[in-house]
Design a protein around this ligand. Structure first.
Ligand code: ARG
Length: 560
């Protein structure tokens, strides 16, 4: 806040405006001011002791209209803002939900590859993080004016299709699969794996069917399409509940005819080597195992498709950055991929980023797709919603729209749980923890939002131009004000670090500060000017929370 103006006032011989701007920092304790200037680093250039420098700068700072006072403490110049001037800054947040919106990303396109589910495999709890982190980054960048392209790089190629065809033909039919849901499909998959252990010849059959898909055989393709349809039908429903949108579903199969030109570039550059009949890029010089691109039987791989996808995206979207929100287990894959692209002199090679994240496990242990003990994401959402409904029923039995509110609270709680920590941390999921109304949870923030909404309903319309700002600038109110005004910075930092949790933490912190203010102050009081100020603060908090939640993909009901 006011950094630019402070830096301009501080600049002089030996201290450039940029120096001053870079040196300003927020003190550890509020009693040391809103902002401070450590003067140690100017000592050498000015040939003066830091306290002397601080003292010499004091008057020009104190003269600024938004500064209440400046104090020299040791080598620091501590600066206190005029709280009323600061408070005026929240009027915008009090009137619009677009808090912290900016256009700094205008003209730049960011591709975000996220969720990227595998067709004919379960959409399970392991996909929660990539889906909601990717969705949050999508909205955060869009909020900052970037053009964002959300890409679901579907895993729609691979031997699982051959296996499913064998299973379908043995135990079901194309019609039955088409008429059923993803669970039915999964049952076939699980049964296949169980039986193939005793009948390994099934795997040969499966390979042969997959080969037919690769060759464009009509019958095989019909199966392929049905598996894809059934899976997409199921995942789309989950995406709707999570408020996730994709601009492209170009998945692995999309690149079937786009790999050859890339392999050609590699050949021309002498990068493609033969190794036991396979074709690889040697990465020994980079301390990595070779990147396998074509198998001895001619089949291409995951990495081959990713190379083609990188070229396609650069050409189609001319991205400024291309992010891959994928679990840290694929670290090596992306290191290899990015290295190969660099060797190819690919134009976007410097702009590719692997946005890694940790694992989600359930309190009661891990899971595996093959033996069927899978925790479907849909079921986690359903169970959270059911539990949320129970809590609402207990807390507020007469409320309208229970079903919709329970959905918002339950789904929000699950989403929030994957956006609370730094991405890389592993998560142990617990229903009780994510649904705790008094914890660092979505329901806690949603509840605070509803509390604001209720105060605003009670207070009616209010006049910002006739507000007594002294009624909101005591220490508790001032903390709230600063948190509202700092929201935009948190959104920017979240974008810069690709860490949505910075937004999550900001709104939890804001909710805590507002609740402290709320407990100590009545909002709807008789004094018109006091009431106006407090309603303005409440509206600013409500809009900031609602904006933050919506960036995370979480609903903000007005009642709960
Ligand atoms: N479908 C892959 C998986 O589930 C993730 C794909 C990530 N995106 C990519 N371009 N490789 O492991």
């Amino acid at each position: 806040m006011f950094e630019d103006k402070l830096a301009a006032a501080l600049a002089r011989d030996g201290i450039s405006e940029a120096d001053a701007l870079g040196a300003l920092e927020v003190p550890k304790e509020a009693k040391l001011g809103d902002i401070c200037l450590p003067c140690f680093k100017f000592s050498r250039a000015l040939r003066q002791a830091p306290p002397v420098i601080a003292a010499s700068l004091k008057d020009s700072v104190a003269a600024l209209p938004f500064v209440e006072k400046a104090e020299v403490v040791g080598g620091y110049l501590n600066i206190f803002f005029d709280r009323r001037t600061v408070a005026e800054g929240i009027s915008q947040a009090a009137q619009s939900k677009d808090v912290g919106k900016s256009d700094e990303g205008n003209g730049k396109t960011i591709c975000i590859d996220f969720s990227s589910v595998n067709i004919a495999k379960p959409f399970h709890i392991g996909h929660l993080s990539t889906t909601v982190i990717g969705g949050a980054l999508y909205r955060i960048f869009a909020h900052l004016g970037y053009k964002v392209v959300g890409i679901n790089h579907l895993g729609d190629w691979g031997t699982q299709f051959g296996k499913l065809i064998v299973a379908t033909r043995k135990w079901s039919s194309l019609e039955e699969v088409a008429a059923n849901d993803e669970y039915f499909l999964n049952t076939l998959y699980v049964r296949y794996h169980r039986e193939a252990e005793e009948h390994p010849e099934m795997d040969d059959e499966a390979r042969a069917w997959f080969k037919r898909i690769e060759d464009g055989d009509k019958e095989a393709t019909a199966y392929f399409n049905v598996f894809k349809e059934v899976t997409m039908r199921a995942v789309s429903k989950v995406y709707d509940r999570l408020k996730i949108h994709f601009d492209s579903y170009a998945g692995e199969s999309f690149y079937n005819d786009k790999m050859e030109p890339c392999l050609d570039i590699l050949r021309k550059k002498g990068l493609l080597k033969q190794s036991d009949g396979a074709q690889i890029v040697d990465l020994e010089a980079y301390n990595m195992p070779p990147c396998l691109l074509v198998k001895a039987d001619g089949a291409t791989l995951y990495a081959t498709r990713d190379i083609a996808a990188a070229y396609y995206r650069k050409q189609t979207y001319d991205f400024y950055k291309c992010l891959y929100v994928v679990a840290y287990q694929q670290d090596l894959h992306f290191k290899q991929l990015f290295q190969v692209l660099k060797l190819m002199d690919f134009a976007g090679a410097q702009d590719m980023e692997h946005i890694a994240f940790g694992m989600v496990s359930m309190e009661d242990g891990a899971m595996s797709t093959r033996n069927g003990r899978v925790i479907w994401l849909k079921e986690v959402l359903d169970k959270a919603v059911e539990k949320a409904r129970g809590i609402i029923e207990e807390k507020n039995p007469n409320i309208q729209n229970k079903t919709a509110i329970a959905e918002s609270v339950g789904v929000g709680a699950v989403v929030f749980s994957a956006l609370w920590n730094n991405r890389i941390k592993d998560i142990v999921f617990s229903y009780d923890k994510v649904l705790n109304f008094d914890g660092e949870t979505a329901p806690y923030v949603q509840y605070t939002h509803a509390r604001c909404a209720s105060a605003l309903r009670k207070g009616g319309t209010f006049d910002i131009s006739n507000a007594d700002l002294d009624a909101i600038t005591d220490d508790d109110g001032y903390d709230v004000i600063k948190s509202v005004l700092g929201f935009g910075d948190s959104v920017r930092t979240a974008a810069k670090l690709r860490e949505p949790c910075i937004v999550t933490r900001h709104i939890v912190d804001l909710a805590g500060k507002f609740n402290k203010f709320y407990i100590g102050h009545r909002i709807v009081v008789d004094d018109e000017r006091v009431k106006n100020a407090r309603l303005m603060l409440t509206a600013a908090v409500k809009n900031t929370i609602s904006c933050g939640l919506s960036l995370l993909g979480i609903d903000a009901p007005d009642e709960m």
